[in-house]
Design a protein around this ligand. Structure first.
Ligand SMILES: Cc1cc2nc3c(=O)[nH]c(=O)nc-3n(C[C@H](O)[C@H](O)[C@H](O)COP(=O)(O)OP(=O)(O)OC[C@H]3O[C@@H](n4cnc5c(N)ncnc54)[C@H](O)[C@@H]3O)c2cc1C
Length: 501
């Protein structure tokens, strides 16, 4: 739907945004008896926010394959017998969140996220979202058996496109209305209580009353002015990996009525992204402009020098932080270099047609082809790297193998293979910003907190807008999970509050 004139009764819950967090909130509110309306700034064909661009990594705690089988009920015999899923316990999840955020994650929010993660994954699958083992992305085959590392055993089948397709279908079957091309402009209050939203609809500004409002309309990643303002120099020129609609409007309207800013406002999630990708995401490509397999190669900047430990950890622990470091390099772009030995380990994103890639049969020839790079230094860097590799230690992509370099100014800690087998191939990348970490503070019930006055009556938030979870870095697959956990809670809380009126 469609049309404002069809909305006759007072709405219990207005949900602002139509991404993963918003749809989970809307479905949850409806489950709890609320009459729900969703407002989406984008036209219908571009709906789905950042959530639609995702590859579908989904991080939740599990104690073994039995937990996974409750979510993925149709695992094949091969998926059951030929795969070592290990565990990803709540304790491991806490360790990852604490390590990656340097213990800065909000402990209450982090606990809610992790302790609800398995239950929420089950709930999401019951809403029609299909999850499958993420073989090849988070597990490599060693001695005939796939072994999972780093959590993320199940991915959303078909990525963001299928995730959002399933959630929209669910909402539609529930009769939840969505108004497209209808941005929320500001919140309406009656005294301290939020009681509706001012919207832009078909060229008119309209005041739309409701008993409660859930803001789930993303961070400020799409807004170059706010990126420069809060993230700093050069962030205005970064490419945006996903939606062009997350302009920080929800954050602004909440803060305008006194919401408490929370979390890492100078931080964001960003990755290595094809240098020729468009300014904003392209739904035909989804997340495939990303280039996440640098732990199996080296990265050089325009000077031809390495500047980071490519093998410090699994990519899922470093990719969200290393993306931003590219903006600090000369000309704000770098090259990832690999040799033939690891070609089979590279993910599908390295084989798309729209990839900025060069290939050569010698290191010298490759270095000449690296646009913008000093070729002499690049060759010297590769030779010095090769000589420093501890080839006496076995290579194993499934574990921190300790196959490091020694004696370099910046050593590589794991997976250090000499780059010595032709053909050599390299990929040109810059920074692609995914989402911003700064947000607003919410209570354990996902109600928005006021700076001076407890929680704001009638106002809830979910998804990227919830500040405090991520600082400096991020554990892959947590964005969708956080949206689902807090969206589900926000929906329940808002529906209950609406019923009490
Ligand atoms: C390329 C890419 C790959 C990713 N891969 C993964 C992954 O594999 N796993 C993972 O967990 N996370 C991934 N993420 C991160 C993940 O997408 C986000 O963390 C998550 O989807 C955010 O969900 P959300 O609902 O908060 O925001 P969104 O999905 O962005 O939804 C926000 C919605 O609000 C709308 N909106 C904005 N302003 C207004 C307004 N004023 N009025 C009305 N509507 C408005 C927007 O149009 C949008 O539809 C990826 C992100 C990108 C870009």
């Amino acid at each position: 739907m469609s049309d404002l004139k069809d909305i006759k009764d007072l709405i219990d819950v207005i949900v602002v945004g139509a991404g993963n967090a918003a749809l989970c909130a809307a479905i949850s509110a409806h489950e709890h008896g609320a009459k729900v309306l969703i407002l989406e700034a984008a036209p219908e064909e571009s709906r789905g926010g950042n959530s639609r661009f995702t590859g579908g990594a989904y991080r939740f705690a599990y104690d073994g394959i039995e937990d996974l089988q409750q979510i993925c009920t149709d695992m094949t015999d091969q998926e059951v017998n030929d795969v070592d899923y290990g565990t990803y316990t709540e304790a491991q999840y806490f360790d990852d969140m604490f390590e990656l955020t340097k213990f800065r994650t909000d402990p209450d929010l982090c606990e809610i996220l992790i302790k609800n993660s398995l239950e929420t994954a089950k709930w999401v699958s019951q809403q029609g979202v299909k999850l499958r083992p993420g073989l090849g992305r988070q597990a490599f085959k060693i001695n005939g058996k796939f072994k999972f590392w780093g959590g993320l055993a199940l991915h959303i089948w078909g990525g963001g496109e299928e995730l959002m397709g399933a959630l929209y279908k669910n909402a539609e079957e529930r009769g939840i209305s969505i108004l497209y091309e209808t941005p929320a402009l500001s919140l309406i209050q009656d005294g301290d209580k939020v009681c509706g939203v001012n919207i832009m609809h078909q060229g008119k500004q309209i005041a739309l009353p409701s008993k409660t409002v859930i803001l789930a309309c993303g961070g400020f990643e799409s807004n170059p002015q706010m990126r420069a303002q809060y993230l700093g120099k050069n962030w205005d020129v970064a490419k945006v990996r996903g939606t062009e609609f997350n302009m920080g409007a929800g954050l602004k309207m909440a803060i305008d009525i006194g919401a408490q800013p929370h979390g890492n406002w100078s931080g964001c999630h960003s990755v290595a992204w094809d240098v020729n990708a468009p300014a904003y995401g392209d739904l035909d490509i989804g997340d495939q402009f990303q280039k996440h397999n640098y732990p199996f190669g080296i990265i050089v900047n325009a000077k031809g020098e390495r500047y980071v430990d490519e093998g410090a950890n699994f990519h899922s622990h470093t990719y969200a932080k290393y993306g931003g470091m590219i903006l600090q390099q000369p000309d704000m772009n770098v090259w990832q270099i690999f040799d033939n030995k690891v070609t089979n380990l590279l993910r599908s994103e390295y084989r798309i047609r729209r990839v900025t890639k060069v290939e050569a049969n010698t290191i010298e020839e490759l270095a000449e082809k690296l646009e913008g790079v000093n070729p002499v230094t690049a060759v010297n860097t590769i030779k010095a790297f090769n000589a420093a590799c501890r080839t006496d230690i076995d290579f194993n992509p499934n574990v921190h193998d300790g196959r490091c370099t020694e004696g370099l100014e910046i050593n590589k800690s794991n997976w250090a293979n000499p780059i010595d087998e032709a053909p050599f191939h390299a990929y040109h990348v810059t920074t692609g910003v995914t989402f911003t970490f700064g947000g607003i503070k919410v209570t354990n019930d996902a109600q928005v907190e006021h700076q001076f006055n407890g929680a704001i009556s009638g106002l809830y938030a979910a998804g990227e807008m919830v500040g405090g979870l991520f600082f400096d870095n991020y554990a892959s697959g947590t964005g969708l999970m956080s949206g689902a956990v807090f969206g589900r809670i926000a929906g329940r809380s808002a529906a209950n509050a609406a019923q009490q009126e």
